[in-house]
Each structure stands twice: as C-alpha cells, then as structure tokens.
Design a protein around this ligand. Structure first.
Ligand code: SF4
Ligand code: SF4
Length: 85
C-alpha cells in the first residue's frame, strides 16, 4: 500500500488491488491524480483534494481510499455528548 500524505487529506492506494485502469484519474475534478510510468495513480497534487470521493466511487476494485484528518475534538467531546442525552 502506498500512502501519500500532504495537505489535510491522505490518499491510500492499494496497489495489489489496482489494475491501473485510470478511472480515478479521469474522474478527479481537481486533477489531484496522475499516472506513473505503469499507469498507477499518484497523488501528486494532494493539496488540491477536496475529499469529494469521486476517485473512490468510480474505482471498480476498491483500490483507492481518501482519508480525512481525524478531528482533534473527537475524544474530548465524548463526555459532553454522553451527558447531552
Ligand atoms: S477525493 Fe475527489 S478531489 Fe480528492 S483525489 Fe479523489 S476525486 Fe480527486
Ligand atoms: S480506478 Fe481503481 S483500479 Fe483503476 S487506476 Fe484508479 S485505483 Fe486503480
């Protein structure tokens, strides 16, 4: 698995599942993804990713995943959420 972390989103490419069809590259509206020499997607402009997940949704092999950042407040907010009920 290749992980490219830059900006606030992360793209995981599961190379063992990817068949280098280029659909994710074609569907990305932000031109985040570019083919490498073998046609596998590289997130060379990850700073432009808007987490629309078009790449994920159009991948026929579930080979690409966009990971948003963990909200820092997630753990801190748990007690207030429990008491809010
Ligand atoms: S989530 Fe959207 S903007 Fe980001 S790489 Fe995928 S298709 Fe492109
Ligand atoms: S759409 Fe999926 S299988 Fe095709 S190149 Fe992208 S990650 Fe690989």
């Amino acid at each position: 698995m290749d992980i490219v972390a830059r900006g606030i989103y992360r793209i995981n490419l599961y190379r063992e599942l990817c068949k280098a069809c280029g659909l994710c590259i074609a569907w990305c509206p932000q031109q985040v993804l570019f083919p490498d020499a073998q046609g596998y997607p590289l997130a060379n402009a990850i700073e432009r990713c808007v987490n629309c997940k078009a790449c994920e949704r159009h991948c026929p092999d579930f080979a690409i995943e966009v990971i948003p950042p963990e909200p820092e407040s997630e753990i801190a907010d748990v007690p207030s959420l429990i008491h809010a009920r």
